[in-house]
Write a protein of this length. Sequence first.
Lengths: 389, 389
Amino acid sequence: MNNFSFYSPTKYVFGRGKESLTGELTQWMGSKKVLIVYGQGSVVRSGLLARVKSSLDAVNIEYVELGGVNPNPTDDRVYEGIDLCRRESVDGVVAVGGGSAIDTAKAIAGGVPYDGDFWDFFAGKVVMQEALPVGVVLTIPAAGSEGSGNSVITKIDGLHKISLRTESALRPKFAVMNPELTFTLPPYQTASGIADMMTHIYERYFSNTPEVEVTDRVAEGVLKAIITEAPKVMAEPENYDARANIMWCGTLAHNGVCGTGRQEDWVSHFMEHELSAVYGVTHGAGLAVIVPAWLTFMVEHNPGKVAQFARRVWDVVEDDDKKAAIEGIERLKDFYRSIGMPVTLKELGIENPDIELLVKKLHENKGEVIGGYYRLSAKETTEIYKLAL
Amino acid sequence: MNNFSFYSPTKYVFGRGKESLTGELTQWMGSKKVLIVYGQGSVVRSGLLARVKSSLDAVNIEYVELGGVNPNPTDDRVYEGIDLCRRESVDGVVAVGGGSAIDTAKAIAGGVPYDGDFWDFFAGKVVMQEALPVGVVLTIPAAGSEGSGNSVITKIDGLHKISLRTESALRPKFAVMNPELTFTLPPYQTASGIADMMTHIYERYFSNTPEVEVTDRVAEGVLKAIITEAPKVMAEPENYDARANIMWCGTLAHNGVCGTGRQEDWVSHFMEHELSAVYGVTHGAGLAVIVPAWLTFMVEHNPGKVAQFARRVWDVVEDDDKKAAIEGIERLKDFYRSIGMPVTLKELGIENPDIELLVKKLHENKGEVIGGYYRLSAKETTEIYKLAL
């Protein structure tokens, strides 16, 4: 087990109707005037935004708004939000939505107190020291951003989709999680969220760090729970308990508890980020395509942990590691298909991907050789994109 | 799944030599002069206390000391610590040791800013609103107090051993966790710690709250890891990785992540606290005796979750719930015996327990009817103590 630091100071307030506590929690995080960040309007139509506002009103917290944030959120809205916060002397940010709203809120929160261009943090030029406090009212269980210190933003100029990781500067102070708010998610978005949270676990699980039994077992446990609950939320979108399990799985998948003490991987995310940036696909659906290809590559190059994954998560009974791994990957693909996810680029709607471009941007953004579980240069990432065709 | 709030803002700094960061972390938690609380002198003999002090010296943090805290720590030392802190204008507490030192440190930290008798909190008369910040350098993986908001103190007058639970007031700000510090723990203490952490999971796991798949799976995962790693630490006390896994299991067992969204039980702890208070036995060893008796009672009264425990944690293959449960309990007892734990009161050295006294004190301290998984009055708790003979 590697040395580690784990610090997850987000207050999770979970259950029916808990969005009514947003005002009280915003007070608790020390803000008097906040920027509310939200997405494409479903939070307006559902009345959630109005409920959040009235909760802020009730404790005399002022607010301004930044709505219309897109999926795969872009830097233009971040600049806009930073300007707005400075102009209006805002001292906190509340995201109402899923990963896109939250990641935009976080990037704004980090940018406001910083003199330079906020992109400096994403470009790795500067380490973030401070940020406005961020609170979250979660509506999409997927990105896990409600419990992570991370933010993923796409720079429009050059379509660079980049993930920033902070230990604690960008961890939300609170996250309101009401599973009822997810009842109306369209099936494709529900399933994409499931593929996304599962991949957050894989990125940590597939590791060569030896002797990490406790983290392995926790990761496998959360995956098992997702596999059990996913068919229920797909069949019964208003099944509260299944939605609740999936929602909490999404948080545990990405708040770090599945990654303590081990080297992580993250190549599947990197490879998918290029797909999203170039083809605008839904992140989780892109991951459902990339991951089986990545795993298939590993059968020939580093099958050990893939075999463990097959046996412990997919109940494969097979002594030979390669055979076990192959069977596990088949079961994973069957599972993705069963919830309506694509497992090939073609099924994702990308008939003739420009693999050369994807690989070029991937290594430009992430380095010549990438990955923790197996080191991949352009030759190998090309092969993996081809395995996904 | 029940509504819940989960807030675990402890910074865990885990790995070899990390005690050298104690000064820096104490600065980070905002203290300038601390009370160092420790136990029976092993931290003096090992040189750990000296290393902690030199780390504090290096950043000019002053300190006073309260050493010699006993296992099953008592209120007299808490009063002494509170007086010392007030006299010396201390603004933080650092515990160096295991549960006894940490729980004493916490009780002191809560007592210092409170005008009345600190026991008011433990007696349930007052809810703790504030406390001095507490930091921990952990030497015994067992109580999980390094990550919990709880403290257990015994009132000498009447031998009342009482647990206080706070959501966040008493959560340590930081916990330094170096597995090497546990290499020299005597086997009986190592094994007692293992039984203690496992029981922290059972108290949450055995619940009638339906549809808590994710928390069940996480709890089962941590238990599986303990069962795998325990024989290694018993056979090779200086196996770093096994010690590291066990140490982190002890934290996850009790920081709340295994208890979100469900009713909890805690009867085994309550029943053991009476044993410790009256007979002075080691808490974990007492739990190894009480738990199998409690589970055996449940076979006839509420076997469902015990059967799940048997199948998922102990790999029992058996369709009938009662039969599965009985087989699971046998495997648990075999496991406890294999690490040198007693599984009966007799093996614990209590030949003729005064069950009447234990039951009387139990219900005096905890109420006429106790337990979340199954409601128990004096008749039933008497039966369970008898099952432990």
